[in-house]
Design a protein around this ligand. Structure first.
Ligand SMILES: CC(C)(COP(=O)(O)OP(=O)(O)OC[C@H]1O[C@@H](n2cnc3c(N)ncnc32)[C@H](O)[C@@H]1OP(=O)(O)O)[C@@H](O)C(=O)NCCC(=O)NCCS
Length: 170
């Protein structure tokens, strides 16, 4: 299978925050942001694999900054690494200043998607070829994140998570 670059599947979704999507402090409700991220990540995974994709795991979400009512929010999803049937998707969330148009990073998240066939059976995906320094950095760290996710899900024994263990040995 031909290796693909992250830019071939990068997915950018911009939308604003409406009153029905906020919490009592008039900031974007966390679950609404999770749904937006899941949608963008799913499209990126689908573009990379050209298969049906399902969310296997939400590995990390950091709600570092609240996003006020009326904000223009951009969710950017990129495949950070492809394994055999699974793909790690990195999400960067940006807020746009209404007056200056300047973008600031609000949140980030990491999801894992699996490509499946019509019966729901996992199926192979093309490898990922990172290009930029950031893409290479995320690619390099993705294996230990996969191992951590599998250990936490009870699908891998901690002593088999060699890449993850190496992090603590250094
Ligand atoms: C995701 C799913 C297809 C995985 O099925 P499975 O029987 O565990 O299949 P496998 O063991 O062959 O795993 C498939 C891949 O997923 C990866 N995977 C499974 N669980 C994972 C987890 N918690 N974290 C990271 N990767 C995971 C495996 O490592 C494997 O990756 P690889 O082939 O690239 O090495 C299956 O659990 C499923 O269909 N879940 C429901 C998905 C869904 O409905 N999502 C929406 C939620 S409402």
């Amino acid at each position: 299978m031909r290796a693909k670059t992250p830019s071939e599947s990068r997915t950018i979704m911009t939308d604003m925050v409406l009153p029905s999507e906020t919490n009592p402090l008039n900031n974007l409700f966390g679950g609404e942001l999770l749904a937006r991220m899941d949608r963008a990540a799913s499209i990126a995974a689908r573009r990379h694999s050209r298969r049906i994709t399902v969310t296997a795991s939400v590995n990390h979400v950091a709600f570092n900054r609240s996003v006020p009512l009326g904000s223009v929010v951009t969710v950017e999803a990129s495949i950070s690494r492809a394994f055999r049937t699974s793909m790690e998707v990195f999400l960067d969330i940006w807020m746009e200043d209404r007056i200056t148009g300047e973008r600031t990073k609000a949140n980030e998240a990491i999801y894992t998607f699996v490509a499946v066939d019509e019966t729901g059976t996992p199926t192979e995906v093309p490898p990922l070829m990172p290009e930029t320094d950031l893409e290479k950095e995320r690619f390099a760290a993705a294996l230990r994140r996969k191992q951590l996710s599998l250990v936490l899900a009870g699908k891998m024994k901690p002593n088999e998570a060699t890449e993850l263990r190496a992090l603590f040995m250094d």
